[in-house]
Write a protein that binds this ligand. Structure first.
Ligand SMILES: *[C@@H]1O[C@H](CO)[C@@H](O)[C@H](O)[C@H]1NC(C)=O
Ligand SMILES: *[C@@H]1O[C@H](CO)[C@@H](O)[C@H](O)[C@H]1NC(C)=O
Ligand SMILES: *[C@@H]1O[C@H](CO)[C@@H](O)[C@H](O)[C@H]1NC(C)=O
Length: 132
């Protein structure tokens, strides 16, 4: 009896991970596709790693990797009232999710309750947030 309850709890905990927030939505901008093992992909991986491991310290963090035509621009944002540890875990989910939800996309944006992640081969840093 006890062990079947334990199994049930284990099953439930696998079905409903508590700490893993799902994206609210994402935009795969469909500007173009990069190929597997391309320079663009390795620059993107570097960028996503930087954005998720350094985290925004003051609201947002931008990073640029590589040089034209394989240059990648990226920005990580956390909501103002998000505590640092939630910001970090949100961004760590974001970098994993974005490459699965927008596979091979040159440019994409993903939103969560706590954070937003965007990357592109074209700079967008000076543009207003709503201007995609
Ligand atoms: C990128 O690849 C996806 C999936 O194969 C395809 O649907 C899309 O049209 C491609 N986009 C461009 C701009 O070529
Ligand atoms: C990408 O690189 C890896 C490691 O070098 C290799 O195993 C894989 O076959 C490559 N894939 C493509 C599609 O070139
Ligand atoms: C971004 O990539 C797309 C698709 O390859 C290309 O049409 C566009 O010119 C690139 N933009 C920049 C700024 O390199």
């Amino acid at each position: 009896m006890k062990s079947s309850l334990l199994i049930l709890l284990l099953l439930l905990s696998h079905l409903t991970p508590i700490t893993r927030a799902d994206p609210l939505y994402q935009i795969c901008q469909n500007l173009g596709n990069y190929t597997t093992n391309s320079t663009y992909q390795s620059n993107l991986n570097l960028l996503l790693h930087t954005l998720s491991s350094n985290g925004p310290i003051t609201g947002f963090l931008t990073d640029t990797e590589g040089s034209s035509p394989n240059q990648v621009f990226g920005r990580a944002l956390c909501r103002g009232d998000t505590i640092q540890s939630n910001c970090a875990s949100c961004l760590s989910n974001a970098v994993q999710d974005v490459v699965q939800l927008c596979p091979h996309q040159m440019s994409a944006i993903i939103w969560y309750d706590d954070c937003q992640l965007r990357y592109s081969n074209a700079t967008f840093f000076s543009k207003w947030e709503g201007d995609l």
